[in-house]
Design a protein around this ligand. Structure first.
Ligand code: HEC
Ligand code: HEC
Length: 377
């Protein structure tokens, strides 16, 4: 019985109502059966006396008043039930659909959350609720000899759907980032999770996303902190130092695991925290301290990306705004491989414009900084 009560109380409204109706129906059948059996007993041995066709029936008066009225009333009640009840039920149908969809969505989300915190333990690296964190990473040299154990910044995931669409996130989960601690989780990359589990993880991530406003505010307050500006001081977006701070946002203090930065993909070793190296005496020179934008997972941005790839700062900024799409050309002669260059100004999952991680002002500041990279090379 306890199982049944939990089933009723823990279920959705629709399920609860259904269960109660089913229970009432069962009770009604039992009562009917009991009455029938009792009524039946009386007849035993007295069939002749009681046989229905031998009993006198109602006279005409009675038949045409009470009996007829009762039958008509019952008919009317039936009609009302069908005429009003069915449309009313039909009216509620969209609501029931919505309820069912919501219920599915919340089931998918909670399955994804369980994978995130327990099954796949994404939180060990990406932090609780995807706020960003660090992963332990072993550096091996060219001969596969151990060099050091280091901390590698793991980007926040509570903004991932502001910069990538669902398919792109799926691709990342499926194949991982082989040069980094991020493992492949899907079948295609030799990982352990099913397509359904990856989708559930994305559903969970979708449920923890910050809004575009929150993201822009967070960037602004980080920027103030890094440029040592007061709360009301104006940020000078035309200053190259502003663009530089944005390009490297979170490198010094681990803010959001570098999720808002460019350096984590375009500067080799950017995500490695050299101070965390064990043993401390390890020689990390070949692995860290590369120049900004000298190339990593993403291509080098040095030595005149304008006019090599973009005619001017506006075109570069426009590219940073929307990012790349898999297999689609960009700039003067670019062709995106896997569409992994994220867009920072526009959320690809909505129709709205300007609802990404950063404002156009911020993006233009970065574009001017990128234009200046490696000029003196
Ligand atoms: C061992 C640590 C580790 C685990 C476990 C891990 N990740 Fe990652 N993940 C990383 C690191 C590090 C990166 C960034 C790689 C880089 O520097 O480019 C990353 C990148 C990502 C990205 C791309 C973000 C971006 O904007 O580039 C997504 C999405 C992601 N992880 C989701 C997940 C999910 C979901 C799980 C659990 C199924 C998971 N990760 C488990 C370390 C980890
Ligand atoms: C998650 C990794 C990642 C991040 C973060 C990232 N990029 Fe990229 N970027 C790439 C990849 C990969 C490409 C290559 C194009 C492709 O395959 O989509 C690229 C391409 C580019 C290009 C074109 C280069 C060329 O020569 O064609 C520019 C410019 C660029 N990124 C600038 C930036 C800036 C500025 C930021 C920060 C606002 C940034 N990227 C953040 C991965 C990244």
């Amino acid at each position: 019985m306890t199982d049944l009560t939990t089933a009723i109380f823990a279920a959705s409204t629709v399920e609860a109502i259904g269960t109660v109706i089913a229970l009432l129906a069962v009770v009604a059948v039992l009562v009917y059966a009991a009455f029938n059996v009792r009524a039946g007993r009386k007849e035993v041995g007295s069939e002749l006396e009681l046989a229905a066709n031998l009993k006198p029936y109602l006279n005409d008066d009675e038949l045409e008043t009470k009996k007829l009225d009762r039958a008509l009333t019952a008919g009317l009640a039936g009609l009302v039930l069908v005429g009003v009840g069915l449309p009313a039920y039909w009216l509620g149908e969209p609501g029931r659909h919505e309820g069912a969809e919501e219920q599915f969505a919340s089931v998918f989300e909670s399955r994804g959350e369980e994978l995130y915190t327990e099954g796949a333990q994404c939180n060990a690296c990406h932090g609780p609720e995807g706020v960003g964190g660090v992963a332990s990473h072993t550096i091996l040299d060219a001969d596969n000899e151990f060099v050091a154990q280091v901390n590698w910044e793991s980007p926040a995931l509570d903004t991932v759907l502001l910069r990538y669409d669902r398919d792109e996130v799926y691709y990342i989960l499926e194949y991982g980032r082989p040069y980094s601690p991020m493992p492949a989780w899907g079948e295609g990359g030799g990982g352990p999770l099913t397509e359904q589990q990856l989708e559930n993880l994305i559903d969970y991530m979708a449920s923890i996303q910050v809004t575009s406003e929150e993201s822009k505010d967070a960037v602004e307050s980080q920027l103030r902190a890094q440029l040592e500006l007061g709360e009301d001081a104006d940020i000078d977006y035309s200053d190259l130092a502003t663009g530089e701070a944005l390009f490297n946002l979170g490198q010094d203090n681990g803010f959001a695991g570098g999720a808002y930065s460019c350096g984590r993909c375009h500067t080799r070793g950017w995500s490695i925290n050299a101070d965390s190296a064990a043993p401390e005496t390890a020689d990390l020179d070949p692995y860290v301290d590369y120049e900004d934008g000298s190339g990593g997972y993403g291509p080098s941005l040095q030595g005149g990306i304008i006019p090599r790839q973009f005619a001017n700062v506006e075109e570069l900024a426009e590219f940073l705004h929307v990012g790349a799409e898999r297999g689609v050309p960009y700039g003067l002669n670019g062709l995106s491989g896997d569409g992994m260059m994220p867009g920072f100004g526009d959320n690809p999952n909505t129709e709205e414009a300007e609802d990404g991680m950063m404002t156009m002002e911020m993006i233009e500041a970065i574009a001017r900084y990128v234009e200046s990279l490696g000029e003196d090379d």
